[in-house]
Design a protein around this ligand. Structure first.
Ligand code: ZN
Length: 224
């Protein structure tokens, strides 16, 4: 929960700053000999901390409503014989497929993470952990549907999305249109805002040796 962690990390910092300000005010008040300073001095430390935390929470700025949000997704799966290769919901003939808890659809996983990232939500592994038997062998369009639901719930729609599949084999170009059609349907987006690219990995590393497949995606969401 990277984002939530960063938020929860930010709150104590804000509380600390507020506490520091309160403390500083209390000190200056005491220096000036005011009655409020004396009262603050008499309060138990625990009560002062609670007051500082409440003041910090009250003073926290509201989450900004952005007209657009950008998210990046990335995923990689091992390729091994005996597994299906499903990319963007399309069954692609190959001598091996993705090792995964779900159906291993590397492109859909990437798009889900890009949307969740744009919304500052926990990532796909946190929403659909591979330790949960419910997702064993699950079709990845379930994950995408949930990401789209979360996006719509927050009042956003797809602006545009750009995906790059990286695989040495098989050739992806014959499947790009079918993948794009599927993705458009799942996202409720026009084909002119959904782009699918494919690259090899120049025969180097696991990607270039037909031992893995990866995908990158960047998405822009628009506030409706
Ligand atoms: Zn994945």
């Amino acid at each position: 929960m990277q984002t939530c962690n960063s938020v929860s990390r930010a709150v104590p910092c804000a509380s600390s700053r507020s506490a520091a300000r309160s403390s500083s005010r209390a000190h200056s008040s005491r220096a000036g000999g005011s009655s409020s300073g004396s009262f603050a001095q008499r309060r138990p430390a625990g009560a002062r901390r609670l007051c500082a935390a409440a003041a910090a929470a009250a003073a926290a700025p509201e989450a900004p409503v952005l007209p657009f949000r950008v998210g990046h997704g990335w995923d990689l799966h091992r390729l091994e014989p005996g597994y299906p290769l499903i990319v963007g919901g399309v069954d692609i003939p190959h001598d091996r497929g993705c090792v995964a808890h779900s159906d291993g659809d590397v492109l859909l996983h990437t798009v889900v993470d890009a949307i969740l990232g744009a919304l500052c939500l926990p990532d796909i592994g946190q929403l659909f952990p591979d330790t949960d038997p419910r997702w064993k062998g699950a079709r990845s369009d379930i994950f995408l549907k949930e990401a789209v639901r979360l996006m719509q719930e927050r009042g956003y729609t797809i602006g545009n999305i750009d995906c790059t599949i990286i695989a040495q084999r098989p050739k992806m170009s014959p499947h790009k249109e079918a993948i794009r059609d599927n993705l458009c349907q799942m996202l409720g987006a026009h084909p002119s805002v959904v782009n699918i690219k494919a690259k090899t990995h120049e025969k180097v590393d696991s990607l270039g040796e037909n031992r893995s497949i990866a995908c990158h995606a960047v998405v822009m969401l628009l506030k409706q």
